[in-house]
Write a protein that binds this ligand. Sequence first.
Ligand code: B16
Ligand code: MG
Length: 220
Amino acid sequence: MEACIFDLDGVIVDTARYHYLAWKRLAAELGFELTPEDNERLKGVSRIQSLNIVLEIGGIDADANERERLAEKKNTWFNELIAKMEPGEIFPGVKALVSGLRSSGRKVALASSSKNAQLVVDRLQIRDLFDVIVDGSMIEHTKPDPEIFLLTAERLDVPPPNCLVFEDAEAGVEAALAAGMKCVGIGSPTRLGKAHLVLPSVGAFTAEMLSQLEKTDQSK
Ligand code: B16
Ligand code: MG
């Protein structure tokens, strides 16, 4: 394993909660409730795809202009929430894991579908942790398409089978596997069961797990 690639929202920091709060507010304004279970479908996919799913859940029809306006509204609320973020919000164990990986000679990257990823990185003051940062503005197709992980591997100059991805979204796990990479799911084993390993948090990952994954077939 020459490189580790981290998703941002829900893996490094709980911005997944901020996305949910903003979508929930939009749904409430449109007259329906968005449940945590509904929210699972929004993880890892682009803003406009998320909006399409939200409108489908609410049974609401809207033309392209209206969709654009609603997505912008959600993004404004999301930005209000992330503007208040503090460096202390990074999940426990993330910095230690990244430092350990880098001192063992491995490269480390961030790959987020979010067009706000750079803002979050600045709020958390974690730019120096990564060799490469790829965000939603640099890709055409979001997860579950493998494009974001393939682009990250290319920028790292590491072959995809030698990359390990950490992901909290079902769409993200699918994207990592489609890129031919190994994947650690962060969250529920029921939802993320396709990953090579599922953990409750990044902080639970150990050096033993890494060497075990190095011996595992990509296909499991
Ligand atoms: P934005 P990740 C993803 O980030 C989120 O999981 C997903 O819920 C969000 O819709 C997407 O970014 C786009 O975000 O509206 O900020 O461009 O998990 O890939 O880091
Ligand atoms: Mg995520």
